[in-house]
Design a protein around this ligand. Structure first.
Ligand code: GLA
Length: 414
């Protein structure tokens, strides 16, 4: 065999083995091998279409162009944030003469294709939003009956990601709709990352089929929309832990559970709580889609969102989602297995009264501490970076955690 042919044979064998050992097959579009990183307008800018009185914050091409500019100049792109995503309320209420969706002409005078060109010229990617039912959740035209034409329109414009919502659709038709749009996107021949809300709309009726969802989508929302509040972040975490047996096995390279946007840098979370959201979203292998105003963000929030050690946990190549492993004394412990036999550990202090409390890292509180036999190396990533050095099973290491805060650690076996 010629060396090239031999290599191809080895790759084929490895690929075939890989296909058999992966628990659930993922959407085969080669995208989202690591959790998606970017910016999405919804939580911060919602359906603000009033460009006359609020030109700086309304849903218009300027908003995305400015975010793209800042993403390049302020280190976001370098940190890994790549997708600039439009959410609801971008289209005109009328389709064009050929039945295609079109952007609101007043707010997007140059159209989406020009916006995509601009975003691409910055080395970034553009995301857009549509809905599989008769209307979007905000009341704009839905895609029902037009999946092929809409997928082709997005591909022609050079769109790189589609968030496909599930409002105004009979729930029994969700599976068919989400799958058909997945096929339509693939048939355009353009690589378009496919972000679904399929399970979120099915849970009220029955347990969704995660194998089917993973085969069609690159990530999927399971639960309610995130708000700019600690209560909202907590509810999402509780829901995730309560359903982890069902949802965690579905996640892996190519397909991820999506607990919704990061609201870090807005108004509702204290800095400590922002650290908790960042730490837990990394542990959950969640898409890191920020919804904030990157043109005006406080330096501490920016530093947290760009923290390379946390991003490395989020983007770990093993691609396994972490989960809650213990609840003791108003602490929660979450763990994520990382490549190289390493472990990421999040210890969250759920007691919202009093001051910082210590949590001892021992075999009793933390069964996976066994990787510290005979020795391990521990690094504290949050609340501040600290090398905690070589530890053993008998070390008496205590991490101190603020109320509603999280200590994030990595543990490397030696
Ligand atoms: C739904 C989605 C949100 C957002 C809005 C837009 O509520 O879950 O993320 O896209 O619709 O209307």
């Amino acid at each position: 065999m010629k060396p090239v042919t031999k290599m191809a044979a080895v790759v084929l064998v490895l690929f075939t083995i890989g296909a058999f050992i992966s628990p659930v097959r993922s959407l085969d579009n080669g995208l989202a091998l690591k959790p998606t990183m970017g910016w999405l307008h919804w939580e911060r800018f919602m359906c603000n279409v009033d460009c006359d009185t609020d030109p700086n914050n309304c849903i218009s091409e300027n908003l995305y162009m400015q975010m793209a500019d800042v993403m390049v100049t302020e280190g976001w792109k370098e940190a890994g944030y790549e997708y600039v995503c439009i959410d609801d309320c971008w289209p005109s209420h009328q389709r064009d003469a050929k039945g295609r969706l079109q952007a609101d002409p007043k707010r997007f005078p140059r159209g989406i294709k020009k916006l995509a060109d601009y975003v691409h010229s910055k080395g970034l990617k553009l995301g857009i939003y549509a809905d599989l039912g008769t209307f979007t959740c905000g009341g704009f035209p839905g895609s029902l009956g037009n999946y092929d034409i809409d997928a082709q329109t997005f591909a022609d414009w050079g769109v790189d990601l589609l968030k496909f919502d599930g409002c105004y659709m009979k729930w029994t038709l969700l599976g068919e709709g989400y799958t058909n749009m997945s096929i339509a996107l693939n048939q355009t021949g353009r690589s378009i990352l496919y972000s679904c809300e399929w399970p979120l709309y099915e849970w009220p009726y029955h347990q969704p089929d995660y194998a089917a969802i993973r085969k069609a989508c690159n990530h999927w929302r399971n639960f309610a929309d995130v708000y700019d509040s600690w209560d909202s972040v907590k509810t999402i975490l509780d829901w995730t832990a309560d359903h982890q047996d069902v949802i965690v096995p579905a996640a892996g390279p190519g397909g991820w559970n999506d607990p919704d946007m990061l609201v870090i840098g807005n108004f509702g979370l204290s800095h400590t709580q922002q650290e908790s959201q960042m730490a837990l979203w990394a542990i959950m292998a969640a898409p890191l889609l920020m919804s904030n105003d990157l043109r005006d963000i406080c330096p501490r929030s920016k530093q947290l969102l760009q923290n390379t050690r946390i991003i490395a946990i989020s983007q770990d190549p093993l691609g396994r989602q972490g989960y809650r492993t213990a609840k003791v004394d108003s602490f929660e412990v979450w763990e994520r297995h990382l490549s190289g036999g390493r472990l990421a550990l999040a210890v969250m202090n759920k007691q919202e009264i009093g001051g910082p409390r210590g949590f001892p890292l021992t075999l009793a509180t933390l069964p996976s501490w066994k990787i510290c036999h005979p020795q391990c190396n521990v690094t504290q990533v949050l609340p501040s970076y600290k090398e905690l050095g070589v530890q053993t099973l008998l070390s008496e290491l205590v991490v101190v955690v603020n109320p509603s805060g999280t200590a994030l650690l990595t543990v490397t076996p030696i």
